[in-house]
Write a protein that binds this ligand. Structure first.
Ligand code: NAD
Length: 346
């Protein structure tokens, strides 16, 4: 296996450990970035990486991102992540494979993990039979996506308030890319408030479903995402939509969606800022999923009202970040990272 200790970032983490199990083919890396503010949380990703170095980079980046996300969401947890290196592109895991992984997790009781890319609800339920540090089972917090959509909705309100001094989505032109679990719920929330919606998904069934539920929406073509004038572009599919070219040309006034890792790099956030386009850091917008899942760890038990309150607070958090960005002449993605870094050294 790869020599983790040689990675230049290794010392910035509390723990980085690879593991494997010859019999089942299990192979993975756990990274615990920080437990300064509380036990570490972060999903398990199952992915066919091009190399072990790629898997290591991913787990380091994602676990640090979880620490920042927890801080900005106001939950007293730290960041961690586990990546499982899939032997091929099939998403098939045997019970023995999951059992071997569950037994590894038992050794890290200050790390709570749940669903991420490549893991499904059945995998999570299976792991929960083996080890107690599993979050997001159906019996507890359940599906995080409606909450990720809700926090994204409040993040949009925060950005609208900042730009127009009015947080209402009514009559605002919104492009939503991706009509999956989060995107479709965001369409519902925006639709019921009277937004003018232009949506798209590569999956035609999702488009037809959206047209059936929300007859007044229109369908936009992918080549129009960045050329059409609109108030908000909401990326709700996969990451890396905001390339250098997109940052330099996009016509939207606000970018705020649920997708993780929307910016190819920090530089794209700076380009947007210099062009006067309001970018809401993705991990702040989509934090409702995390807020919901950690609520099940509360000593008083899962409380839906508290989850709702915390999701609503995302509107204020976004306003705070954007105002700080304006005051300090710093791009909002950089401001959000700085807020998180400062919280860690307090
Ligand atoms: P999903 O898989 O249910 O939906 C993604 C949708 O995007 C699918 O319908 C897919 O067909 C579509 N899509 C893929 N490529 C596309 C393209 N090029 N153009 C248009 N549509 C495309 O996923 P989800 O749970 O809705 O998550 C959406 C995003 O939000 C992801 O980036 C995810 O990481 C992030 N996120 C999700 C949650 C959650 O709780 N589900 C929480 C935080 C962040």
């Amino acid at each position: 296996m790869i020599d983790i200790i040689k990675h230049p970032e290794y010392n910035n983490y509390e723990l980085v450990k690879s593991f494997s199990d010859g019999e089942t083919g299990l192979k993975g890396i756990i990274a615990i970035h920080s437990t300064i503010l509380g036990p570490a949380v972060g999903g398990t990703r199952y992915f066919h990486y091009g190399s072990e170095e790629e898997a290591l980079d991913d787990v380091l980046r994602l676990s640090r991102g979880m620490t920042y996300k927890c801080i900005l969401a106001g939950v007293k947890y730290g960041g961690a992540k586990c990546v499982l290196i899939a032997p091929n592109k099939d998403n098939i895991k045997s019970k023995e494979y999951l059992k071997a992984y569950g037994n590894i997790l038992k050794q890290y009781q200050n790390f709570y993990t749940g669903e991420d890319v490549g893991m499904n609800q059945d995998d999570i339920e299976e792991l929960a039979k083996i080890t107690p540090n599993i979050i997001g089972t159906i019996a507890k917090a359940g599906d995080p996506s409606p909450w990720a959509a809700l926090s994204t909705y409040y993040a949009i309100r925060g950005a609208l308030k900042f730009l127009y001094n009015n947080s209402s989505l009514k009559d605002k032109k919104i492009i939503i890319k991706g009509l999956g679990k989060v995107g479709m719920e965001l369409v519902r929330l925006a639709y019921q408030e009277g937004a003018i919606l232009m949506v798209y998904d590569i999956n035609e069934d999702r488009i037809n479903q959206a047209l059936e539920f929300f007859p007044n929406i229109s369908i936009i073509q992918p080549e129009e995402f960045y050329t059409k004038e609109c108030d908000i572009f909401a990326p709700c599919a996969l990451g890396k939509d905001i390339t250098n070219e997109v940052a330099n040309t996009i016509k939207a006034k606000i970018i705020c969606g649920s997708a993780n890792n929307q910016l190819v790099s920090d530089m794209e956030g700076i380009i947007l800022f210099n062009r006067g386009i309001v970018y809401v850091p993705d991990y702040v917008a989509n934090s409702g999923g995390l807020i919901n899942v950690v609520a099940e760890l509360d000593i008083n038990g899962y409380n839906k009202v508290n989850v709702l309150d915390k999701c609503k607070k995302v509107e204020e958090e976004v306003a705070l970040i954007l105002n700080e960005s304006k005051k300090t002449n710093t791009a909002p993605n950089i401001v959000a990272d700085l807020i998180a870094k400062r919280a860690l050294i307090k």
